[in-house]
Design a protein around this ligand. Structure first.
Ligand code: AMP
Length: 431
C-alpha cells in the first residue's frame, strides 16, 4: 500500500507535467480573450451543497461522492464538479451585488467514486467556466463557442457538438408526466435506482448509465417536443447565433445532462477513438441553481471539460505539444577549484533570468558532458580554474559540437543570444 496510489488516481511526472502546463497556458489565454476571471474555491465543501446543487437523484450524489465526517462531525464532500461551489462562492461573496454578468473560470481536480477505466478516473481535472447574471442566448452561444475554440486551439479534430434544450420549470411538468406514463409501462426493464427515480425525477432515467435503462428509454418522449414558447425561442436564438459563428452542431433530442439544475440549453462534445468514455466536455444553462442554493433568482450557464480526456484525444490524434527547452545552459566544472566556484556562478546566471543547472554528484568532466547531453541542454559552460584566472570560460554548443572561449562577463549575454536563435528549434512532446 505504501508504494501504491489509490485506484483511479495518477501521478503526473516530469515529461508529462509539461503537457498540463501547456494546457493551462492555452486556458489562461483563452479565458483572458473571452473576458473571464479565474476563481479558486476549496477542494471540499459541505455535503449539502452538492446534494442540493447537483441534485439528490443524480448518479453523482447517489453513487459517486467521496463523503466523510470531519473531526468536528460535519459531513464533508470532495468536490465532484465545479458549478455548485462557484455558485456558493458567488452567493457567499455577494458577487451578485457587483457588475453583471460575472464571468468566471476554474481548473482543478474533481473526485468521483466510479469504476476506473480508460478516460474515467476517481480524481480527474476539469477546466470549466460559469457565467452568472444573464439570460441572453448570445451568451449560450459564446460559452459553446469558447469550448470549441479551446479544442480548436489544441488542434483537435472530428469533434461532435451535440445540443438540446431541456426546457424550464414551466414546460417540464408536461414532459415529466409524459415520461412517467412512458416508463410506468416499462418499469420492469429499469434498474433499481431508476425505479426510484420514476416518481421523483423521471428525466434522470434518460441519463442512467445502465444499458437496460438506456435500452428502455430509446423512444421516450423528449423535452424538445414539449418546450414552452419562451424556451423554444431561446433555443432557436442559440442555434442561429451558432450558425452565424460558423460552429457546427447536431441537435440531439435525447441529450440530458447528468445534473439536476440544468434548464434550456444543454450541450456535450464527443469524440471517437478514446474508448467508451467519449465525452470530452459538456455544459448548459442552470437558471434555477442560484435560487435553489438560497440566492436571488439569477440565471447561469457554463461548461466543464475533462482535461485527461482532452490529452488522450490529442495523443490519439497524433498532436504534438510544443516543449520549451528545460535548461538554457549547463555548467560543467573541469577541476576541483572550478567546482568550488560553480554554484556562485550558476546562481549569478539564475539572477539574470536564465535556467541553469550543474552537477551535484562529483562527476568527472566527461560524465558531466554526457549528463548535459542526456538532459538535452544545447549549451554547456566549461569552467576551468586556469581560464577563470584569465576571466574567461569555454562555451560549448552541444549540437554543433563546437566550442570557444568567451569573457566571463559576457556569458549571460551569449547564453541569451543562443537561446533566441534556438527557440524555433524547441523540442516537442510527442507520443
Ligand atoms: P460532467 O461534470 O459529468 O458534465 O463532466 C464534464 C466532463 O468531465 C466530461 O465530459 C468528461 O470529459 C470529464 N469527466 C467526467 N467524469 C470523469 C471521470 N470520472 N474521469 C475523467 N473525466 C471525467
Amino acid at each position: 500500500m505504501l508504494t501504491t496510489r489509490p485506484r483511479g488516481t495518477s501521478d503526473i511526472l516530469p515529461g508529462e507535467v509539461e503537457k498540463w502546463q501547456y494546457l493551462e497556458q492555452v486556458i489562461y489565454r483563452l479565458c483572458r480573450e473571452y473576458g473571464y476571471s479565474e476563481i479558486r474555491t476549496p477542494i471540499f465543501e459541505h455535503t449539502e451543497l452538492f446534494e442540493r446543487g447537483v441534485g439528490e437523484t443524480t448518479d453523482i450524489v447517489q453513487k459517486e461522492m467521496y463523503t466523510f465526517l470531519d473531526r468536528g462531525g460535519r459531513s464533508i464532500t470532495l468536490r465532484p464538479e465545479g458549478t455548485a461551489a462557484v455558485v456558493r462562492a458567488y452567493l457567499e461573496n455577494k458577487l451578485y451585488a457587483g457588475l453583471q454578468p460575472v464571468k468566471l473560470y476554474y481548473t482543478g481536480p474533481m473526485f468521483r467514486y466510479d469504476r476506473p477505466q480508460a478516460g474515467r478516473y476517481r480524481q480527474f481535472t476539469q477546466f470549466g467556466v460559469e457565467v452568472l447574471g444573464s439570460h441572453d442566448p448570445a451568451l449560450d452561444a459564446e460559452v459553446i463557442t469558447m469550448a470549441m475554440d479551446f479544442y480548436g486551439r489544441l488542434g483537435l479534430k472530428n469533434l461532435n457538438l451535440l445540443i438540446n434544450s431541456v426546457g424550464c420549470p414551466r414546460c417540464r411538468p408536461v414532459l415529466r408526466e409524459k415520461l412517467q406514463d412512458f416508463f410506468r409501462a416499462r418499469v420492469d426493464r429499469l434498474c433499481s435506482h431508476c425505479r426510484g427515480r420514476l416518481e421523483r425525477n423521471p428525466l434522470r432515467i434518460l441519463d442512467c448509465k445502465e444499458e437496460r435503462c438506456r435500452e428502455a428509454g430509446k423512444d421516450a418522449p423528449t423535452s424538445l417536443d414539449y418546450l414552452c414558447p419562451d424556451c423554444e425561442a431561446h433555443f432557436q436564438a442559440v442555434l442561429k447565433q451558432l450558425e452565424k459563428l460558423g460552429v457546427a452542431f447536431t441537435v440531439n433530442r435525447s441529450l440530458v445532462r447528468g445534473l439536476d439544475y440544468y434548464t434550456n440549453t444543454a450541450f456535450e462534445i464527443t469524440v471517437q477513438g478514446i474508448g467508451a468514455q467519449n465525452s470530452i466536455g459538456g455544459g448548459g444553462r442552470y437558471n434555477g441553481l442560484v435560487k435553489e442554493c438560497g440566492g436571488p433568482d439569477i440565471p447561469g450557464i457554463g461548461f466543464a471539460l475533462g482535461l485527461e480526456r482532452v490529452l488522450l484525444t490529442m495523443e490519439q490524434q497524433g498532436i504534438v505539444i510544443p516543449r520549451p527547452p528545460k535548461l538554457d545552459v549547463f555548467l560543467a566544472a573541469a577541476d576541483e577549484a572550478a567546482r568550488d566556484r560553480a554554484l556562485v556562478l550558476v546562481q549569478r546566471l539564475r539572477q539574470e533570468g536564465l535556467a541553469v543547472d550543474m552537477d551535484y554528484l562529483g562527476r568527472s568532466l566527461k560524465s558531466q558532458m554526457k549528463y548535459a547531453g542526456k538532459l538535452g541542454v544545447g549549451l554547456v559552460v566549461i569552467l576551468g580554474s586556469d581560464e577563470l584566472e584569465r576571466g574567461v570560460v569555454t562555451l560549448r554548443n552541444m549540437s554543433a559540437g563546437s566550442q570557444r572561449e568567451i569573457p566571463l562577463d559576457r556569458l549571460a549575454g551569449e547564453v541569451r543570444q543562443h537561446g533566441l536563435k534556438h527557440v524555433s528549434g524547441e523540442g516537442k512532446y510527442g507520443n
